[in-house]
Design a protein around this ligand. Structure first.
Ligand SMILES: [Zn+2]
Length: 242
């Protein structure tokens, strides 16, 4: 099963950025928990740096994720310093694969947050400890600025939901969705899946799949991205919000 590490920035004695009534350590913890729920529902195994208001050194965060053998490290933050917009960071020297992952996450997040008037500050690189010391692909997300008009956006539950949804969609794009709950029946057509007729086999629990096509009640899922696969009932598979 694909393992995702969620690193809620700051905590305990380290509040992170503050402004307009927002406290970074609290905001990012709420987001981290929401992300945890959504990623677990989508079939991922999730590890967390912290699930309450505790302080951890940066190296300790990376160490925990390395011990968990995560496939991806997501560090959640917001910004201060007078700017506006969303940005994300990967380490200064990374394999091309990490840059691709950043592109995928960035694209999915931006697609869902620009309607909130959150600006796109672009994809950045930085020598941050959590990016440097993690053994897996790692990305740090800055959700907006707490000390400008971005604060109103950050406070919006709809923005928070869309921000999370963007990350989850990006992770699914990268790793596919794990079918975890059920053995889903495989059918040649969407109608067959609905009627339950002409079953041509089963998709085992834990299979990694990508969604090729979607109808109201069914999904066409495939193990090879971009190539049509088999039809299954949505109620048979566990792919997050579907
Ligand atoms: Zn921060």
């Amino acid at each position: 099963m694909t393992k995702i590490w969620i690193d809620a920035g700051h905590g305990g004695k380290d509040s992170g950025a503050t402004g307009n009534g927002l406290v970074e350590k609290n905001w990012v913890l709420a987001i981290a928990k929401q992300l945890q729920t959504e990623l677990v529902n989508a079939g991922f195994e999730v590890g967390m740096t912290r699930t309450n208001d505790t302080f951890l050194e940066l190296s300790e965060r990376a160490k925990k994720a390395n011990g968990f053998k995560a496939d991806l490290f997501l560090s959640i933050h917001f910004n201060a310093g007078g700017g506006k917009g969303y940005e994300d960071y990967i380490y200064t020297s990374t394999p091309a694969k990490t840059a691709e992952i950043q592109k995928t996450i960035h694209k999915n997040v931006i697609a869902r947050i620009t309607k909130h008037d959150m600006r796109d500050r672009g994809m950045e690189k930085a020598n941050f400890a959590v990016l440097r010391e993690t053994a897996m692909d790692a990305i740090l997300l800055e959700a907006g600025f707490c000390d400008t008009t971005d604060a109103t956006i950050l406070k919006s539950p709809v923005y928070q939901q869309d921000f999370c949804a963007g990350i989850v969609a990006g992770v699914k794009d990268i790793f596919g969705s794990g079918v975890t709950k059920y053995q889903a029946g495989k059918f040649s057509t969407s109608n067959d899946a609905i009627s339950g007729k002409n079953i041509k086999g089963y998709l085992a629990a834990g299979t990694k799949v990508f969604v090729y096509k979607e109808t109201e009640k069914t999904l066409n899922i495939t193990t090879t991205k971009g190539i049509p696969g088999s039809w299954v009932l949505k109620t048979e598979v566990n792919t997050g919000k579907r």
